[in-house]
Design a protein around this ligand. Structure first.
Ligand SMILES: *[C@@H]1O[C@H](CO)[C@@H](O)[C@H](O)[C@H]1NC(C)=O
Ligand SMILES: *[C@@H]1O[C@H](CO)[C@@H](O)[C@H](O)[C@H]1NC(C)=O
Ligand SMILES: *[C@@H]1O[C@H](CO)[C@@H](O)[C@H](O)[C@H]1NC(C)=O
Ligand SMILES: *[C@@H]1O[C@H](CO)[C@@H](O)[C@H](O)[C@H]1NC(C)=O
Ligand SMILES: *[C@@H]1O[C@H](CO)[C@@H](O)[C@H](O)[C@H]1NC(C)=O
Ligand SMILES: *[C@@H]1O[C@H](CO)[C@@H](O)[C@H](O)[C@H]1NC(C)=O
Ligand SMILES: *[C@@H]1O[C@H](CO)[C@@H](O)[C@H](O)[C@H]1NC(C)=O
Length: 652
C-alpha cells in the first residue's frame, strides 16, 4: 500500500516536475498518520522566493498567503476519513503543489469475532470455514489478519483491495481441513493495523477469543492383537485398541466358551482366556466401531497340546436304520454361533435337520457343516449304518446230498443272502445233541462294503455214528453296538444229518467155541449199522441164513458171520472145535468104583461081623465137584447147554 501510494505520488510529482521543474515544496512530516478525531498538523515550506503559498483541504485549508516561505496546515480535531491536504505554491505565474500523505485511522476497539458456520463436531478430512469478523476497521487497506493454529501462524490476510477509507466491517476467512491430530486444537485470529513507522507504536492490535475445534474420526487400525501359541491351562490376554473420536465401541467375535471374559478399560478391550482349553483354539476378531467407521483386527490362538474342538452335536449321534425306513437327524452347535447346514451326497441342505421319509441310499454319508464365529469351519460326520435283513439264510452240505458216511469229511454251508452291512453280521452255527443246543462256531466277515452282499460260512463236519440224526442250523445275527434293542436274528431251516456207518458185529460169541458130541450149540450174530446191515452166517462158503444158527459136533470148523450194508461189510469168525464129552465115562467109572467098594465093604463087614460084634470102617468120598462147571463166560449167559464142561476148556 505504501508502495502503491508512493508510486502514485511519484508519478504526480513527476508530472508536476515535467510541468514545472522549478517547484520545490517540502512537506514536513511528509507522511502523517492521525487517529480519527485527533489534532493534526504539517509544515509546507519552500526555499525559493514565492508569490504565495496555500493549503487546499476540506478542513484546515488556507488560501494564498504571500511572502511566506512556509505555511502550516493544522486541524484541531481531524474528523474526516478521506482527506488529502495539498500544499501549493505560485511562482512566476506558475503553480506547483505537493500532497500531504495523510492516513486517518481508528483504533481497533472491539475484539474480533471468531466463528464457524459449521455446527457440531468436525470430521476428519472435511473442509470447514472459520470466520474472523472485525468490526469497524479504518483504513481497511492497512489491516492484516493473522490466523493462529495453536501458536503457529497459518495464514495472513491483507485487505488492500478495500479502498474505503471510512470504517468497514471486515471478515477474514480460513478454510481448514482438520485431521485427527487437530482434535481439540485452538484457533484464533488477530487483527492489526499496519500503519508504518509514523503510526502508533505498537500498532493497534486485537485478538479474538480462541476457538477450539472437535474433530471426529473413524477408528484407526487395531493395534495390540497378535497370533498366540499357548499351552493348555495358561491364561491368555488379547488386547485390542484403536483410537477414534468419538471413543469407539469394541466387539469381539470368537467361539463362545465358558472361560472367555471380555473387559473394557482405558480405551482398549481385553479378552481373557482363563485356563486355555482345546476349544479356545480359533480366531478372535476384534471390531472397533464408531459412527464414522469400523476397523477390525484378528489374532489366532492356538492351544498347544489340545485338539481343536468342533462344537457340533448330532441328535441322535449314531444311527442304525433299516433300508427304506424313515430317518431324521438334527445338528446344532454347542455354545457357539454358527451357520449350520448339511451336506448329503453333494447336496447342500441349508438348515440343521436332515432327514428322509424312506432312506434308499446304501452309501449315504451325511455331514453337518458349521460356519462359526471365531472358529474354523468344522464338519461332523454322522455315523449312520443302513442295514437290511437277509433275504434268506440257507443251510446245506457242500456238493453232497443225502446221508453222510461216518468218518468222511464234509462241509456244511450256511448262506446268508443279500444282507447289509456284512461287517456287522455274525453267522452262528448250532447243533442239537441229546436235546441240548450246542454253539459250534461263530464267523464274522471283514468285508467293509455297505452294499447288500451274500456271504457264506463253512462248518467242517466229520460225522461219527453218534451224529446220526442230529440237527444243525445257522443263525445270521446282525448286531450293532449302538443299538439298544436285541440283535436281529435270521434263522436257517434245520438240517438233520443222516450218518451211514459200517456194521459193527456185536460181541455175542467168542472166537473159539467147543461143541460136544450129541450137543447142539446156538450161534447168534447181531450187527449194528446204518443202514441196517444184512447179517448172514456162512460155513465153508455156504450161506447158512440170517440170524441164529445151530452148530453140532458133526460140522466143526470156521463159521463166519458177515454183516453188510452200503457202507461196508464186516465179518467175524468163530472156530467151532469138537470136544469129547467125558462126563458119562467118568460117571460110569465112578459108579463101578462105588459098586466095587460097596462089594468090598460088604465082604469085609461080613467077615468082621463074624469075628467081632463091634469094629471100625472108613469111607472115601470120590464124588467129583462139578457144580460150577457150567458157568457162563464173559458175563453173559449164552444159554448153551454146557453141562460138565470145565472152565479151562471154554476159555481156550
Ligand atoms: C516550518 O519550516 C521553516 C523552515 O524550515 C521553519 O523555519 C519554521 O519554523 C517551521 N514552522 C513550524 C511551525 O515548524
Ligand atoms: C460456510 O460458509 C462457506 C463460505 O460461505 C460455504 O461455502 C459453506 O457451504 C458454509 N457451510 C455451511 C455448513 O453452512
Ligand atoms: C458492522 O457490524 C456492526 C455489527 O454487526 C453493525 O452494527 C454495523 O452496522 C456494521 N457496519 C457496516 C458498515 O456494515
Ligand atoms: C459265539 O458267540 C456267542 C456270543 O455271541 C458265545 O456265547 C458263543 O460261545 C460263541 N461260540 C463259539 C463257538 O465261539
Ligand atoms: C459294525 O461293525 C463294525 C466292525 O466291527 C463296527 O466298527 C461298527 O461299530 C458296527 N456298527 C454298529 C452300528 O455297531
Ligand atoms: C471159499 O471160497 C473162497 C473163494 O471164494 C476160496 O478161496 C476158499 O478156498 C473156499 N473155502 C472152502 C473151504 O471151500
Ligand atoms: C436167536 O437166539 C436168541 C437167544 O436165544 C433169541 O433171543 C433170538 O430171538 C433168536 N433169533 C432168531 C431170529 O431166532
Amino acid at each position: 500500500m505504501f508502495a502503491e501510494t508512493s508510486l502514485r505520488l511519484s508519478l504526480l510529482l513527476l508530472a508536476v516536475r515535467v510541468a514545472d521543474a522549478t517547484c520545490s515544496l517540502k512537506i514536513s512530516p511528509s507522511r502523517l498518520v492521525v487517529r480519527f478525531g485527533d489534532p493534526a498538523s504539517a509544515n509546507c515550506s519552500t526555499n525559493m522566493g514565492s508569490e504565495g503559498m496555500g493549503w487546499e483541504s476540506p478542513v484546515g485549508g488556507q488560501g494564498i498567503t504571500e511572502g511566506v516561505q512556509w505555511l502550516t496546515w493544522r486541524v484541531r480535531k481531524l474528523e474526516k476519513w478521506d482527506i488529502q491536504p495539498m500544499c501549493f505554491l505560485s511562482t512566476d505565474g506558475n503553480q506547483c503543489h505537493e500532497v500531504l500523505i495523510l492516513t486517518v485511522y481508528k483504533d481497533l476497539d472491539s475484539i474480533p469475532d471468531l466463528w464457524t458456520n459449521h455446527t457440531g463436531p468436525m470430521v476428519e478430512d472435511g473442509w470447514y470455514h472459520l470466520f474472523c469478523d472485525i468490526e469497524s476497521v479504518a483504513p481497511a487497506e492497512d489491516l492484516v489478519v493473522k490466523w493462529y493454529k495453536g501458536d503457529t501462524v497459518v495464514r495472513e490476510e491483507t485487505f488492500e483491495k478495500i479502498l474505503e477509507k471510512s470504517p468497514v466491517n471486515v471478515t477474514s476467512t480460513l478454510v481448514i481441513r482438520p485431521d485427527r491430530d487437530d482434535d481439540g486444537r485452538r484457533y484464533r485470529c488477530e487483527a492489526e493495523l499496519r500503519l508504518g513507522e509514523e503510526g502508533p507504536q505498537p500498532p493497534p492490535r486485537v485478538e479474538s477469543r480462541p476457538l477450539g475445534i472437535t474433530v471426529h474420526y473413524p477408528p484407526s487400525a487395531v493395534t495390540g492383537l497378535e497370533d498366540t501359541h499357548v499351552d493348555v491351562g495358561s491364561t491368555v490376554v488379547l488386547k485390542c485398541s484403536a483410537s477414534g473420536n468419538p471413543p469407539p465401541q469394541y466387539r469381539w467375535s470368537y467361539h463362545r466358551a465358558a472361560n472367555v471374559e471380555v473387559k473394557e478399560q482405558g480405551g482398549a478391550s481385553r479378552l481373557y482366556l482363563n485356563g486355555a482349553l482345546g476349544e479356545n483354539t480359533g480366531t478372535y476378531i476384534c471390531f472397533v466401531q464408531n459412527e464414522l467407521g469400523q476397523v477390525s483386527g484378528s489374532a489366532r490362538v492356538t492351544v498347544n497340546g489340545a485338539e481343536a474342538a468342533c462344537p457340533l452335536e448330532l441328535e441322535p449321534s449314531e444311527l442304525v436304520v433299516e433300508y427304506g425306513k424313515a430317518v431324521s437327524v438334527t445338528c446344532w452347535a454347542r455354545g457357539a454361533h454358527a451357520e449350520i447346514s448339511w451336506r448329503v451326497s453333494g447336496r447342500r441342505i441349508p438348515h440343521g435337520t436332515w432327514g428322509s421319509d424312506a432312506l434308499r441310499d446304501w452309501d449315504v454319508r451325511p455331514e453337518c457343516v458349521g460356519d462359526f464365529e471365531g472358529l474354523d469351519p468344522c464338519t461332523k460326520y454322522l455315523d449312520i449304518t443302513v442295514y437290511k435283513k437277509p433275504d434268506a439264510v440257507t443251510i446245506g452240505l457242500v456238493s453232497h446230498s443225502g446221508p453222510v458216511v461216518a468218518g468222511k469229511k464234509y462241509q456244511l454251508q450256511c448262506t446268508v443272502e443279500n444282507v447289509a452291512p456284512v461287517q456287522n453280521l455274525t453267522v452262528k452255527w448250532y447243533r442239537e445233541e441229546d436235546g441240548a443246543t450246542r454253539a459250534m462256531k461263530n464267523e464274522t466277515f471283514s468285508d467293509s462294503s455297505r452294499m447288500p452282499t451274500s456271504v457264506s460260512s463253512i462248518l467242517e463236519l466229520i460225522p461219527s455214528r453218534n451224529d446220526n440224526g442230529c440237527t444243525y442250523w445257522c443263525v445270521a445275527e446282525q448286531a450293532f453296538a449302538s443299538m439298544r434293542k436285541d440283535p436281529i436274528e435270521t434263522r436257517s431251516d434245520l438240517l438233520s444229518i443222516v450218518v451211514h456207518y459200517a456194521p459193527i458185529i456185536k460181541d455175542s460169541f467168542p472166537t473159539k467155541m467147543p461143541v460136544f458130541r450129541d450137543y447142539a450149540e446156538l450161534l447168534f450174530c447181531e450187527a449194528e449199522g446204518n443202514p441196517e446191515p444184512e447179517v448172514i452166517w456162512t460155513f465153508s462158503n455156504k450161506s447158512l441164513g440170517v440170524g441164529n444158527i445151530t452148530v453140532t459136533s458133526e460140522n466143526v470148523g470156521v463159521y463166519t458171520c458177515t454183516a453188510k450194508n452200503i457202507v461196508a461189510t464186516t465179518t467175524k469168525e468163530v472156530h467151532i472145535i469138537f470136544k469129547e464129552d467125558y462126563l458119562p465115562l467118568i460117571a460110569g467109572f465112578v459108579a463101578v468104583i462105588v459098586v466095587v467098594i460097596s462089594v468090598i465093604f460088604v465082604f469085609i463087614y461080613s467077615i468082621y461081623y463074624k469075628n467081632t460084634k463091634m469094629g471100625h470102617y472108613s469111607l472115601k468120598n470120590a464124588k467129583p465137584n462139578t457144580q460150577n462147571g457150567n458157568v457162563a463166560q464173559n458175563g453173559q449167559d449164552s444159554g448153551f447147554p454146557m453141562k460138565k464142561l470145565s472152565q479151562q476148556n471154554i476159555l481156550a
